[in-house]
Design a protein around this ligand. Structure first.
Ligand code: NAI
Length: 261
């Protein structure tokens, strides 16, 4: 049986993944701002440091895998772009960098990061913000997003997901993670019915946008089905999967960029 760290395990898809892993007999170290095995606020550097350290202590220096599901949606609010940037990008990168030796200590460790199909379906995501993320420069990200005003959270969200997808692809193959035996991949869901989406649907302006968004299959994704995909991506059957971003989104990504190959 294996040991996995799961962030965002108190709700939605992270919770569904943690439940499935525990039911299969694995040990899950869950991390969330809501009371969990490791309770931490991933929106601050100190919270990320304490989460990273506590997980390593509990895992005894060896992790068979990690699932990075903690995330914030693009709700309104002045401080929201910063929170989105800190949790959705730095809350993934800082923890995984700290856990890399423990992942390398396991045999064929697997990591799944929650990206989003916003990374390919939101138009004109500012490249400067994406570069700010990849440079580790939070202030540059926030400066770039400021002129977007009320739309800043939407672009912060999309930029955080573009950046984390690029980080996954670069890190998986060009920074020695594959060579260390670690499979690093991302899943890019479309709209999935979780508390995150429920909050967006409760806001009339956001609900209108979500309902108008093209989903060829129709409807919303199911958290347990998304968890099935993640658990598969953690399994031995996914040994040859490396640096991939797997879209599970009812066809929206294909709708927007069928010929983009
Ligand atoms: P959710 O809101 O149900 O769960 C997110 C979890 O992250 C919660 O348990 C929350 O407490 C935790 N979290 C938030 N801020 C935190 C912080 N500062 N420190 C520690 N934990 C924190 O969301 P859902 O829908 O399950 O989302 C999971 C991931 O999937 C997120 O990264 C999200 O961006 C992504 N995603 C979700 C989609 C959807 O339609 N639900 C679509 C595409 C991507």
């Amino acid at each position: 049986m294996s040991t996995y760290a799961v962030t965002g395990a108190a709700s939605g898809m992270g919770r569904a993944v943690a439940d499935q892993l525990r039911t299969a007999g694995h040990t899950v170290i869950d991390v969330d701002i809501v009371e969990s095995t490791v309770t931490a606020d991933l929106s601050t550097p100190a919270g990320r440091r304490s989460a990273a350290t506590e997980v390593l202590e509990r895992a005894d220096g060896r992790l068979d895998g990690a699932v990075m599901a903690a995330g914030l949606g693009p709700a309104p609010g002045r401080d929201r772009p910063r929170l989105i940037a800190e949790v959705n990008y730095f809350g993934v990168v800082d923890l995984l960098e700290a856990w890399r030796p423990a992942l390398a200590a396991a045999d064929r460790a697997k990591v799944v990061v929650f990206a989003s199909n916003s990374s390919t379906t939101v138009p004109v995501v500012p490249g400067r913000a994406v570069r700010g993320f990849l440079d580790g420069d939070l202030e540059k990200v926030l400066r770039t997003l400021r002129p977007f005003g009320k739309q800043a959270p939407t672009f912060a969200y999309a930029a955080s997901k573009v950046a984390i997808s690029r980080w996954v692809r670069r890190t998986a193959v060009t920074r020695g993670w594959a060579g260390a035996g670690i499979r690093l991949n991302a899943i890019a869901p479309g709209a999935v019915l979780t508390p995150l989406l429920d909050k967006q649907l409760a806001t009339p302006a956001e609900a209108k946008q979500i309902k108008r968004f093209p989903v060829p299959i129709g409807g919303y994704g199911d958290a347990d089905q998304l968890a099935d995909w993640v658990v598969f991506m953690l399994s031995d059957s996914a040994d040859f999967l490396c640096g991939s971003v797997v879209f599970v989104d009812g066809g929206s990504d294909a709708w927007f960029r069928a010929d983009d190959w």
